[in-house]
Design a protein around this ligand. Structure first.
Ligand code: SAM
Length: 282
């Protein structure tokens, strides 16, 4: 049986003469089960203010508005605005902001409904997944959770630890701020047009307090970024040669010795706890 959302999507595409824009990462979700699963995984309820990034044709937005206290949807593509006005006409609790999410003041948006928990829910534009997710995590906004569709490869990177080729700066940023959990893997057939990659829904449950203590979190993330820039180099070499850190080799080696670690160790072998301790020692 064809999905209702697939029929609705194709009708809107035809009636509004929509051309999915690759440059905006437009792959519209057309599978009812997956749409329901996202709303369910996010645990959206009437006490929530949901921030949706990239509502597109409003298929997910409608479902969110049915459950949430309020929905704020941020969409860059002006082509989508008349469609969203039409699709969301019956939902007084939903508003659309036409803007680039990377240039939007998320603190201001979060403060619009101060009594509601702020949850981010989205089928993200894949070309800017990392800047969106790290931007949200580092924004200082107290999000309750972030439930997003991303490329499976990126979802795996968010969840993994040392010893995997997928471990990197994104894994550490995500795990410093939240507990990640992959909810479901979604095939290309669930979208129109079909993306060239497999997708996954991942939920990040944000911590009230980070799981490790570090005196200078921004300094730790500068060290982490420099360590993974050339991941086959030793940590001491990476930190000495990187412009943002320029830490003399002996300093790194002394700190590693104090931690009982090999001075030739690579950054990719360090856990989040070890990066925190290392930063404090420096
Ligand atoms: N939510 C819709 C769905 O699930 O069918 C559309 C998801 S589509 C993968 C990504 C959406 O993000 C598109 O509507 C696209 O125009 C929008 N988008 C892309 N870049 C954006 C940006 N910088 N700021 C806000 N929205 C953006």
């Amino acid at each position: 049986m064809a999905s209702d959302s697939r029929n609705a999507t194709m009708n809107i595409v035809r009636s509004h003469n929509i051309r999915a824009q690759k440059k905006y990462g437009q792959n519209f979700l057309t599978d009812d089960n997956v749409l329901d699963m996202i709303v369910e995984a996010a645990g959206v309820c009437s006490g929530d203010h949901v921030v949706e990034i990239g509502p597109g044709l409003g298929t997910l937005t409608k479902r969110l508005a049915e459950k949430a206290g309020h929905v704020t949807a941020i969409e860059i593509d002006t082509q989508m605005i008349p469609v969203l006005d039409e699709v969301l006409a019956g939902y007084d609790n939903a508003r659309v902001i036409c803007a680039d999410v990377l240039k939007t003041d998320m603190n201001e948006i979060a403060l619009s409904y101060p009594d509601e928990k702020v949850k981010v829910v989205a089928n993200l534009p894949y070309y800017i997944t990392t800047p969106i997710v790290t931007g949200l995590l580092e924004s200082g906004v107290h999000y309750d959770s972030i439930t997003v569709m991303v490329q499976t490869e990126v979802a795996v990177r968010m969840q993994t630890g040392p010893g995997s080729k997928d471990y990197g700066a994104l894994s550490l940023a995500v795990q410093y701020y939240s507990k990640p959990e992959i909810v479901v893997t979604v095939p290309p057939e669930a979208f129109y047009p079909m993306p060239g990659v497999e997708s996954s829904v991942i939920k990040l449950d944000l911590y009230d307090e980070p799981p490790v203590k570090v005196n200078d979190p921004a300094g730790m993330f500068r060290i982490i970024k420099a360590s993974f820039m050339q991941r086959r180099k030793t940590l001491a070499n990476s930190l000495q040669n990187n412009q943002d850190t320029s830490i003399p080799r002996e300093k790194t080696e002394n700190a590693l010795a104090a931690m009982g670690l090999d001075p030739m160790i690579r950054g990719e072998a360090l856990t989040l706890e070890q990066f925190a301790r290392f930063t404090d020692l420096l």
